[in-house]
Design a protein around this ligand. Structure first.
Ligand code: HEC
Ligand code: HEC
Ligand code: HEC
Ligand code: HEC
Ligand code: HEC
Ligand code: HEC
Ligand code: HEC
Ligand code: HEC
Ligand code: HEC
Ligand code: HEC
Ligand code: HEC
Ligand code: HEC
Ligand code: HEC
Length: 441
């Protein structure tokens, strides 16, 4: 036995080896079954140890083998020993602490291992977590799939990097390596600046208490940067119900990018009608089905064709009723002050309701402005007593009927070439005629 071990030493020091292929059996003579065979018996054998043990060990003059006496010392200390053959991996701006300290053997075995890269544990994540076992950022409820799979090295270099946290690349490119859909979104005509800059503006890298690895719940996430919007919503008397469900801002905005301006998920008309295609009931209030109104209309407001719904409505919050951009009366009655109808006069000329006109409106008898007449007097009437602001079954957005107390009062509007007539519940049939003057808008 002793003899055998002795030859082991002699041969390993003086034997000349032939080049061997990766998976061949070790060709040195120290790692026979009787001697140090277990050191190189694992699947992944360090090529350096397969051939020559004295790549790293040198005899120190003591007879080998001898109980409790070391016959060999390392030819150099780790890590310089390793750097003899491998590039130094402590040269970049951020070096992993164990590498900086030369502790290659905290992670690698020098001889052989059952795992790739001669690692002591696998997948890599297990190795990493053996030291980073208190990594709070990876322990929250919703975990990133590569973290669950222990693929830490898909994002971190285990040794060093010029990027912070030893990242193999910086965000967003780091993330776009795997996230093709988002890489495509990057090419859209409208890209949200924080998406372009750094995914970590909104997402956690390892895990989160929120779904989709979000740093905060949606609304708070958006408000975190859009403080003006937060202020506006918090101070408004009317807040859109669309902001209050779980998706909140995401009902209408894509957080990353969109073909639409303002990163909208659709053009504003279809966007709004995607919810306003039914009657919405809030408490005992019924909010009309706008899509149905438009479908049943003979005339549809030009404002909708031109600007969708946002020409009159703020999609978020206002200090007016019905989310209107400007002043407009509630209900059927209001005196004929122009300020009361500021909403309509963002687009229409306000002399539409001057007392006398022979040009501005078609709703006149000669030069007597019937708009003025109806809007003034004891009980001034609002535009909505005759017009539906969205669309109506008659020309000129004229309603079929108007609510009068609990009575749905019919208007019976008939348009003619030079004027028209109404026979509403409040008076007998009346006609108006513009006579000769041509009308302008
Ligand atoms: C790439 C360098 C390298 C090569 C090649 C190498 N060793 Fe080692 N060996 C080491 C290092 C480094 C240690 C120290 C391990 C430690 O401190 O944990 C070591 C330790 C040992 C030990 C001490 C027991 C142990 O496992 O810690 C024995 C025995 C040994 N090597 C035998 C061999 C034999 C036999 C060969 C050839 C088959 C060999 N070594 C090839 C680097 C090498
Ligand atoms: C005598 C030269 C030599 C020394 C010294 C040496 N290595 Fe190697 N090592 C190699 C060669 C050759 C390869 C295979 C080619 C390659 O991957 O670069 C290799 C491969 C490796 C691999 C990759 C294994 C795989 O599965 O791909 C690791 C990890 C490694 N060495 C770690 C170390 C460590 C740690 C040390 C120091 C304890 C060390 N080496 C010292 C020559 C050496
Ligand atoms: C914190 C653990 C850890 C430490 C410490 C460590 N390594 Fe590694 N090393 C790894 C992991 C993990 C891989 C596999 C990387 C992969 O999967 O891409 C690896 C791969 C390697 C490789 C093969 C791939 C390559 O990058 O060339 C070599 C060689 C290597 N390490 C050498 C060393 C040397 C030399 C040291 C000490 C100076 C060292 N390692 C310290 C974890 C470590
Ligand atoms: C042997 C213990 C050990 C192992 C194994 C280990 N680390 Fe570390 N790591 C440390 C120490 C020590 C530090 C420095 C102290 C700290 O920041 O926690 C560190 C720091 C880090 C940092 C922060 C660097 C910085 O700039 O702040 C990252 C990222 C990291 N390790 C990733 C990994 C990954 C990925 C793995 C697995 C491939 C791994 N670690 C395996 C000990 C280890
Ligand atoms: C999808 C990519 C990715 C994966 C996978 C990943 N990380 Fe990270 N990690 C990052 C990014 C990005 C940062 C930097 C965050 C920052 O700068 O705020 C980071 C930061 C760290 C830090 C320091 C800050 C902190 O979060 O405490 C450590 C330590 C760390 N990672 C370890 C790991 C370990 C261990 C694993 C595997 C279990 C892992 N990482 C998996 C991307 C990743
Ligand atoms: C190594 C590949 C890889 C990298 C790098 C990577 N991811 Fe992932 N990520 C995945 C996989 C796989 C999933 C799960 C399948 C899916 O949803 O696509 C995922 C899921 C996600 C999800 C959805 C989570 C959920 O619960 O639905 C988000 C958000 C995410 N990643 C963000 C990021 C960010 C931010 C980065 C960069 C810091 C990043 N990813 C880097 C592979 C990766
Ligand atoms: C402004 C905040 C913000 C930024 C910046 C951001 N995201 Fe997101 N991301 C979100 C929100 C919010 C969601 C959830 C969308 C949903 O639930 O419909 C999300 C969802 C995801 C998803 C899951 C998609 C799905 O369909 O489940 C992935 C993957 C993702 N983001 C990757 C990224 C990547 C990669 C980056 C950087 C290039 C990034 N995000 C930047 C806010 C952001
Ligand atoms: C990390 C900060 C940040 C977060 C979080 C964020 N944004 Fe932004 N957002 C910006 C910046 C910066 C701009 C471009 C400058 C500007 O117009 O305010 C912008 C622009 C916008 C615009 C276009 C504004 C314009 O006038 O062109 C919209 C719409 C928008 N963000 C919606 C959202 C939504 C919805 C969320 C939540 C999913 C969100 N943002 C989260 C920073 C952020
Ligand atoms: C009902 C759909 C809808 C919802 C929900 C919504 N938005 Fe918007 N948002 C829009 C539309 C439409 C525009 C474009 C307005 C315009 O063109 O006048 C817009 C514009 C914006 C703008 C830029 C213009 C401005 O007014 O400053 C920001 C910032 C913004 N939204 C943030 C948010 C945030 C944050 C949330 C969640 C709290 C949110 N939005 C919820 C539809 C919506
Ligand atoms: C020309 C201005 C204008 C345009 C454009 C407009 N609206 Fe309105 N909308 C109003 C006015 C005025 C009211 C209040 C009506 C009232 O008080 O009787 C209102 C009320 C509403 C209401 C509340 C209805 C109720 O029953 O309380 C909804 C919902 C609504 N609009 C949705 C839309 C949608 C969706 C669009 C786009 C398809 C749109 N609006 C376009 C002026 C407009
Ligand atoms: C995700 C569904 C959704 C979308 C998209 C949506 N709404 Fe709404 N909207 C609601 C709900 C729910 C209510 C009723 C709750 C509330 O506002 O109090 C409502 C109410 C309204 C009201 C009446 C508000 C009041 O208090 O009188 C108006 C006006 C309105 N929406 C206009 C719009 C416009 C304009 C758009 C497009 C920019 C739009 N909505 C898109 C869900 C939606
Ligand atoms: C955002 C701009 C805008 C606002 C605000 C607006 N309108 Fe209009 N309105 C138009 C456009 C555009 C037309 C199409 C005719 C034109 O080009 O003048 C139109 C046409 C009309 C017509 C004639 C319809 C027809 O079929 O010829 C009536 C009636 C009308 N508007 C009433 C109102 C009332 C009432 C208000 C206030 C509640 C209002 N408008 C607010 C843009 C607007
Ligand atoms: C008593 C019913 C009634 C009221 C109230 C009323 N309108 Fe009209 N309006 C009409 C009729 C009828 C026409 C059609 C005139 C024609 O072309 O024969 C009309 C036409 C219009 C037109 C198309 C251009 C024109 O003047 O011919 C606009 C714009 C308009 N009205 C806006 C308003 C606004 C704004 C209000 C509220 C400030 C209002 N209307 C109130 C009945 C009314």
């Amino acid at each position: 036995m002793l003899k055998k071990l002795l030859t082991c030493f002699i041969i390993s020091s003086f034997f000349v080896f032939q080049a061997d292929a990766q998976n061949e059996k070790p060709t040195n003579t120290c790692s026979t079954t009787e001697c140090h065979g277990n050191l190189v018996s694992q699947d992944v054998i360090h090529p350096a140890a397969r051939k020559k043990c004295d790549n790293c060990h040198q005899a120190n003059g003591q007879t080998h083998p001898q109980k409790d006496v070391k016959g060999f010392t390392l030819s150099q200390e780790v890590p310089n020993l390793c750097y003899k053959c491998h590039d130094e991996n402590n040269t970049m701006a951020n070096v992993h602490m164990p590498v900086k300290n030369g502790k290659c053997l905290d992670c690698h075995t020098p001889h052989s291992s059952p795992e790739s890269y001669l690692l002591k544990k696998y997948p890599e994540g297990e190795l990493c977590l053996s030291c980073h076992n208190k990594l709070e950022s990876a322990q929250k409820q919703h975990k990133h799939e590569p973290v669950v799979k222990g693929e830490c090295v898909k994002c971190h270099d285990p040794h060093q990097s010029d990027n912070n946290r030893m990242l193999v690349e910086t965000s967003p490119n780091l993330c776009l390596k795997c996230h093709n859909v988002q890489a495509e979104q990057m090419k859209k005509p409208n890209v949200h600046p924080p998406f372009q800059n750094n995914c970590l503006n909104c997402h956690a890298q390892h895990s989160s208490t929120e779904e989709k690895l979000l740093n905060l719940t949606t609304k708070n996430l958006c408000f975190y940067c859009h403080t003006d919007m937060q202020k506006k919503v918090e101070q408004a008397t009317t807040v859109h119900g669309a902001l209050n469900d779980k998706l909140s801002c995401l009902n209408c905005h894509n957080p990353h990018a969109s073909d639409q301006k303002m990163f909208l998920v659709n053009n504003t008309k279809d966007l709004c009608l995607s919810c306003h295609n039914k009657t919405i009931t809030v408490g005992n209030r019924h909010i009309n089905n706008i899509e149905q109104t438009l479908k049943k209309s003979k005339s549809i407001h030009g404002a909708i064709d031109k600007n969708g719904c946002t020409g009159c409505h703020d999609p978020h919050a206002t200090n007016t009723h019905s989310l209107l951009n400007k002043e407009f009366p509630v209900g059927n009655y209001a005196n004929g002050n122009k300020e009361n109808f500021a909403l309509c006069f963002t687009c229409h000329k306000s002399d539409l309701i001057e007392k006398q006109t022979s040009t501005v409106t078609g709703f006149r008898n000669g030069d007597k402005n019937l708009h003025f007449i109806h809007l003034n007097g004891e009980k001034g009437r609002s535009c909505t007593i005759c017009h539906n602001p969205h669309g109506a079954p008659n020309d000129k957005l004229i309603n079929d009927s108007s609510p009068f107390g609990s009575w749905d009062m019919p208007l019976k509007f008939v348009k003619s070439d030079k004027g028209g007539s109404c026979a509403p519940g409040c008076h007998t049939e009346r006609k108006y005629e513009r006579t000769t003057t041509t009308m302008t808008k």
